[in-house]
Design a binder for this molecule. Structure first.
Ligand code: OFO
Length: 163
């Protein structure tokens, strides 16, 4: 059985993961609107991953006989100053999520919740990947600067994201 404290903390994280999914879906719409379908594809894939993250926590609470409590998902931003601003926002958001995951891990340590600790180790690794992916796109964009053709080439590359 999961403690109430751990359960509540995971429920809050489910909301953050669902918000992440919503945020990246909003970015996908932004990229569709601004003619960068490859970047939109990247965001659709990312949005789907975030729903998966939420569902992994969801299943954990259920498996341990706890109560999943879904809260309202805040409205995400709908416009960005450009592709670089959007991907920088991804990186900032992922840093925020990484901090949130390590806070959850601290709670699992205090609660002596070993099952949650094992689950959270997966998320700690995943956050390394999430931050790395955002930084990789920002780095490519930094090299491109204002060359429109190169932006379109990068967009073509982003369209190849499988998962
Ligand atoms: Fe769920 O990792 Fe991104 O937000």
């Amino acid at each position: 059985m999961i403690s109430e404290k751990m359960q509540n903390a995971i429920n809050e994280q489910i909301n953050k993961e669902m918000f992440s999914s919503y945020l990246y879906l909003s970015m996908a719409a932004y990229f569709e609107r601004t003619g960068l379908p490859g970047a939109a594809k990247w965001m659709y894939v990312q949005s789907g991953e975030e729903t998966g993250h939420a569902m992994k926590f969801f299943a954990h609470i259920i498996d341990r006989g706890g109560k999943v409590t879904l809260a309202a998902i805040a409205a995400p931003q709908i416009d960005w100053a450009g592709p670089m601003a959007a991907f920088k926002a991804v990186y900032e958001h992922e840093q925020f999520i990484s901090k949130s995951i390590t806070d959850l891990y601290e709670t699992a340590l205090v609660e002596k919740d070993y099952a949650a600790q094992v689950l959270l180790q997966w998320y700690i690794n995943e956050q390394v990947e999430e931050e790395k992916n955002a930084v990789a796109v920002i780095d490519s964009m930094n090299r491109i600067e204002a060359h429109e053709t190169a932006v379109l080439q990068l967009d073509h590359q982003l369209a190849k994201r499988g998962k």
